[in-house]
Design a protein around this ligand. Structure first.
Ligand code: HSE
Length: 301
């Protein structure tokens, strides 16, 4: 028995919702091929597309390590599994790369074992994968990767995950300037204490963004996509961040910001054409300042 699973990239935080908001896109993403074998144990046969950056040790790689935890949970630690991981998106880009791999692996193993858990029940396993990858088990990439669409993590303890509605045809223009920003470092650089007045601004925006999604109010979504807590610090690592924002906004973006922990940036748009126009403008600017970039025109789904 063998399965091939794709899991999508995700945009975490959505600017104002650090660790509590995220959405999935139709592309890019990662692919996992998984087979049942007679030989007990989880083996990681090969990884492609990672330029040798990911660990092949099955206890250190998130896909195999979390597959093992799943097998223990369902009482089948003796099962034999072979895994191939095909990375089809950049690592350390802020697009939920580790999440896409872990989620593809979990979905695959759950399929091989007759869907004993629901996608929602897989979220805590996937969060352990994030902990392994970056030292903290945040859910704002893995929950949307597993459930699709826009997701709110109302609470981590107990875990309370809400799927949100979103306007039809919503797109994201995603641009990845090829500078390395590991999530672990990008988390360590932010302040752990905030002023109450800043918290008030921030939760006003989170509530505004969620309301905007419910009301299909692009204007409200856009003016809520501001972040005074995390973006001012992290944006320093992104080349010409303010210029990229200005270019995106003058080209018709609903809102603009850092994707996850960066360095990728994204703009939400009402349609694919606008997203396409924005990626072209941003890539053109990055090229002018000698920064290579990758871009994706993705549908929120
Ligand atoms: N919420 C996480 C962070 C997402 O900003 O560190 C990482 O992709």
């Amino acid at each position: 028995k063998s399965v091939k699973v794709f899991a999508p990239a995700t945009v975490a935080n959505v600017v104002c919702g650090f660790d509590v908001l995220g959405f999935a896109v139709n592309e890019p993403g990662d692919e996992v091929i998984m087979r049942l074998t007679d030989k007990p144990g989880v083996s990681l046969l090969k990884i492609t597309g990672d330029e040798g950056r990911l660990p092949l040790n099955p206890d250190k790689n998130t896909v195999s390590a979390i597959a093992k935890q799943y097998l223990e949970h369902i009482g089948r630690p003796d099962a034999g599994i072979e895994i191939e991981l095909h990375k089809k998106m950049p690592i350390g880009s802020g697009l939920g790369s580790s999440s896409a791999s872990t989620v593809a692996g979990l979905f695959a193993i759950n399929t091989l074992f007759d869907n004993q858990l629901t996608n929602r029940e897989l979220v805590p396993f996937a969060m352990k994968g994030e902990e392994l990858a970056c030292g903290y088990g945040h859910a704002d990439n893995v929950a949307p990767a597993l459930l699709g669409g826009f997701v709110l993590i109302r609470s981590y303890s107990p875990l309370d995950i809400i799927s949100l509605p979103f306007p039809q045809d919503l797109h994201a223009a995603i641009v990845y300037p090829e500078v390395d920003v590991p999530t672990k470092d990008a988390r360590q650089m932010i302040r752990s204490k905030v002023y109450l007045k800043d918290a008030v601004t921030q939760w006003g925006n989170v509530a505004g963004l969620v309301s905007g999604l419910f009301m299909n109010d692009y204007d409200l979504i856009g003016r809520s996509m501001t972040d005074i807590l995390v973006e001012p610090t992290r944006s320093i690592l992104i080349p010409d961040f303010e210029i990229l924002r200005a270019l995106a906004m003058e080209s018709g973006a609903i809102g603009f910001g850092i994707s996850g922990s960066g360095p990728s940036v994204f703009a939400l748009t009402k349609d694919a054409e606008t997203a396409n126009r924005i990626t072209q403008k941003l890539q053109h600017h990055l090229k002018n300042i000698a920064i290579n970039s990758l871009a994706f025109v993705s549908e929120v789904n």
